[in-house]
Design a binder for this molecule. Structure first.
Ligand code: NAP
Length: 284
């Protein structure tokens, strides 16, 4: 049995599908019981309702599991403490391995949510448990929420300059690679940096979308204040908005470039190209 945290989120659902495709038995850890039926429909064998800030519910959920995959909430200020609770629960349950879903380059100390994951990583490595660590680059799926606006306006707009480059990666590839790490032997004490196959700017992404749609799409930098106002409107906390500002300022300056070799080795095939991801999105 694999305990999967964050199971009702964007990453968690993709991971659940990929694990089920490998015939894994998955216990989905969720805080909102209304998500249970949907996750069972996706193939979850079991559901544990709890809260990542409640140690008792974590220990109950980890009981009788063989592997724990921890997918924490994005930019959570208690990342280290929450991760520690799952590490302790892994030890108490006798599970053989803890898999931490992190981010590429947790060493970026000036980007707070990276440094939070760095602190959690240090705790895991020093904890005495058997672990594997997944370090993904930025998802291609960040196009999903702006897709209707791209179709309507012909503008691809994200909160960093149009030339900064990103090794964007398909979440479906990440999910398949992580499912492999979770269900196969030989990944003990490994840390895998998983990036997409090309380093692309917003201009490159707009050109790919343009090619798929057969009409012009141009790139435009979204001002940080507009990004922040939209996030507040959607209910993001002041801390989260602040972390988003820090992240996007860093991206504006340095982008987020990476190399696909490790991902392709794990997948045993080429990683999904951005244009193929856009074709999939456009096909619905
Ligand atoms: N997006 C990227 O490009 C990217 C790249 C690399 C790494 N990552 C990492 O991937 C991870 C997951 O991101 P995501 O976009 O999939 O997040 P997401 O869609 O927001 O999912 C997070 C899940 O965590 C649950 N959750 C939040 N607080 C909880 C609590 N206290 N107790 C129990 N469950 C709780 C949420 O449940 P509710 O539905 O109840 O809110 C939600 O289902 C993050 O750690 C992020 O840093 C993301």
């Amino acid at each position: 049995m694999i305990l999967l945290t964050g199971a009702g989120g964007r990453t968690g659902k993709a991971l659940l599908r990929a694990l089920v495709a490998k015939d894994a038995q998955v216990r989905a850890f969720i805080r909102n019981p209304e998500q249970a039926d949907g996750l069972r429909a996706l193939g979850a064998a079991d559901v544990a309702v709890g809260n990542m800030e409640d140690v008792d519910s974590i220990n109950r959920a980890a009981g009788g599991t063989d592997v724990v995959i921890h997918v924490g909430p994005p930019m959570h200020p208690q990342e280290r403490e929450i991760t520690k609770s799952f590490v302790e629960a892994t030890k108490n349950s006798g599970a053989s391995r803890f898999i931490y879903y992190s981010v590429m380059y947790p060493i970026l100390r000036d980007v707070r949510h990276h440094s939070l994951k760095l602190d959690a990583t240090e705790m895991i490595v020093n904890s005495g448990i058997t672990y594997s660590i997944i370090e993904p680059c930025r998802y291609m799926q960040h196009l999903d929420p702006i897709w209707p606006a791209v179709l309507e306006t012909g503008v691809h707009s994200m909160p960093f300059n149009t030339k900064a480059q990103f090794a964007v990666v398909d979440l479906e590839d990440l999910a398949q690679a992580t499912a492999k790490v979770a269900t196969e032997a030989g990944h003990e004490f490994a840390t895998y940096e998983l990036a997409g196959p090309q380093n692309l700017s917003q201009e490159d992404m707009a050109a790919a979308i343009s090619e798929v749609l057969g009409r012009p799409v141009r790139a435009e930098a979204l001002p940080l204040d507009v990004m922040a106002a939209r996030a507040i409107e959607k209910g993001a906390s002041e801390d989260r908005v602040n972390q988003m500002r820090i992240m996007n300022t860093h991206y504006d300056h340095s982008g987020f470039r990476g190399n696909p070799n490790v991902l392709q080795w794990l997948l045993g095939r080429p990683a999904t190209a951005y244009i193929d991801f856009v074709r999939r999105l456009a096909a619905g």
